[in-house]
Design a protein around this ligand. Sequence first.
Ligand SMILES: *Cc1c(COP(=O)(O)O)cnc(C)c1O
Length: 433
Amino acid sequence: MFNSDNLSVNSQNHLIIGKHDTVELAKEFGTPLYVLDEDLMRKNCREFKKAIDTYYSGNGLVLFASKALCTMYTGKLVADEGLGADVVSGGELYTLYKAGFPMDKVFFHGNNKTADEIELALNCGVGHFVVDNKTELDLINAMAKSKCITQKILFRIKPGIDAHTHDFIKTGQIDSKFGVALENGEAFEIHKYASTLSNIQIDGVHCHIGSQIFDVEPFCEAAKVMINFVADLYESLGIKANIVNLGGGFGIKYASVDDPLTPAEYIRKVAETVTEIAKERNVDLPFLVFEPGRSIVASAGITLYTVGSVKEIENIRTYVSVDGGMTDNPRYILYGSKYSVVIANNANADTVAPITIAGKCCESGDLIQENILMPEIKVGDTLAVLATGAYNYSMASNYNRIPRPPIVAVNGDKKKVIVKRESYEDIIKNDIL
Ligand SMILES: *Cc1c(COP(=O)(O)O)cnc(C)c1O
């Protein structure tokens, strides 16, 4: 009935996450509230890891794309599970560093890393930079030189794969702001140039073809392109780029129509393709890296809200307003993203009419969902929006000076606040009168 197996309904008709009654959680911690099912997040990490062990003899590494949910606690959890991580900013890097994350398993992305961020990453001992452009390459080389280190890098390649997804989150094509293109020779030239630099070691190649991709074919296509490029690099320049990082973007179930593959299904196919092409081109089997973000954490999270008003505009629509909105979940206003919504205190009720769930921000587009069929909703009800574990807390803002909600992690019978609710004092802490 729900998006993931960890959700159920008890005899009082309350929504249960893991072993916890969401209505009780809302009472104890207040709303809006992010709830993270730590057990499910761990299970997802293990499934990816196991898939590489099973279908690729463990010759690879799974990185958690920390932008999906970046907190010290989840960083530590991911490290405990034996995964690496990727980061795209100094702030994400610093969070993992402070959580004690093994820095040699961190890959640093981004299309405009600042000198300060590069400095921080070099000082922390980041394993790999995923280099976007020549300016960055020169800067890393110079800074590494002044520190007498050789920095390992991968280049971000645009493999030219159209992954059939939402325009805003499609990144594989030539007009993408990320990386260097293959088809115009840019990628080849930058490798040739980098191989002349004193403090740079080219270790591999990276691509990321998009997000919320339900087919395995685009990943296999990207793998083909990348392995062929690695083979070309070796043949023409003698460069051994043994790491092939194929990024993330595996789809998850937001709405009932979504039907994602399992990590095992994705990785088995890709591993087969990689093995085939490597053999064909007579190159060593690469060390394979994947960077799932959403597929590790989205389904493990839900958001709880309290309904504050129900406004029926006769023959037009009914607005149900909640005590959060685009500040804690900006994905509807950004992408029109679909979500499943459940009345947490009346989880099995029959749907009666379409309603629109509105946030409390001063913005007409501040909606959680529009015209979705729901049971009758009353003021005071607790609403649960499902699969909000990824790109909700991490994209949250303080618009209208609304404090960000806390995150409570549940694991077995236990529960723990892993991020505190922001206070009004937090809101003004950087203001100067
Ligand atoms: C966003 C991103 C990811 C993760 O994408 P998901 O859709 O969350 O799996 C991985 N790698 C890179 C480079 C990204 O930009």
